[in-house]
Design a protein around this ligand. Structure first.
Ligand code: ZN
Length: 266
């Protein structure tokens, strides 16, 4: 295992940013945590990191860059030997304190924890080019802490409005490497309450379509909308059926499906 000296990591592109400030993300943190519908799952292989929904795509692109561009293996739970060394949302304080961790805000991830421990001096096998990519994409690196170094740890230290430009930067770094289709893990990225909200929207639009198709020129636009909604809805139903494989999942998913059918019927 390569252990890089701190001097190779250069200057901090997020110097002066306060990663522990609210930074426009709202008051969600330990002990209350983040409401489930505000969280999504960034997926790469068998690595699954739960973060604020606004950060899901950015984290997915960064995981892809980390593994595919820089050949740094992120240890998911299906590695041999079983690892599961990468972590995201966790509603807890900073170890040994009563201060909310950025993990409890859904804005922090840990990469290959055992190889990049919380210790001093720095122990880190994540190459400087990888760390710098995460930093330039808006994540404050724990390896730069003044006390104990947290080499595994990256926390987003900008506002929700900054995610867009960081995502553009990350896609630029990704170059021609393609991501898996975004809908691959659609089901896991949508909570039941979000799903219910979508169903409600569909019902309202269907209702309005029946009453609203009266003005000239509106018909085509509404029909297009309806076709898009139907396609999304079919995709979701297909995934609900496909996901019905784990013990105890059948009842829940079929109940959801029945609810969807009854609300969209008629
Ligand atoms: Zn961490």
């Amino acid at each position: 295992m390569t252990n890089y000296p701190y001097s190779q990591y250069g200057t901090n592109p997020n110097g002066g940013r306060n990663a522990n400030a609210e930074n426009g993300w709202g008051p969600y943190k330990w002990p209350g945590g983040v409401p489930i519908e505000m969280l999504g799952i960034a997926v790469f292989g068998d690595v699954r990191l739960q973060v604020r929904r606004e950060l899901v795509e950015l984290v997915m692109v960064l995981l892809k860059i980390t593994e595919t561009k820089y050949n740094y293996n992120l240890y998911g739970p299906n590695e041999k030997p079983p690892a599961g060394w990468c972590w995201g949302y966790s509603n807890r304080p900073i170890a040994g304190t009563t201060t909310a961790s950025n993990h409890s805000k859904g804005r922090a991830v840990d990469l290959n924890a055992p190889n990049n421990p919380y210790t001093s001096p720095l122990v880190c096998d994540i190459a400087p080019a990888i760390v710098n990519t995460w930093e330039r994409a808006g994540f404050y690196w724990g390896g730069r802490y003044s006390g104990k170094k947290d080499a595994m740890h990256f926390e987003y230290c900008w506002t929700p409005a900054d995610v867009k430009r960081h995502l553009a930067y990350a896609y630029g770094e990704l170059g021609g490497i393609s991501l898996p289709p975004k809908q691959e893990d659609w089901l896991e990225m949508v909570s039941e309450s979000q799903w219910n909200a979508l169903v409600q929207q569909v019902s309202e639009i269907q209702l309005r379509l029946r009453g609203a198709d009266t003005k000239p020129g509106e018909r085509h636009e509404f029909v297009d909308m309806l076709q898009t909604i139907d396609a999304d809805s079919n995709e979701a139903k297909y995934r609900l059926r496909g996901a019905d494989t784990g013990p105890g999942q059948k009842h829940e998913h079929f109940d959801m499906l029945q609810g969807i059918d009854s609300q969209t019927a008629g």
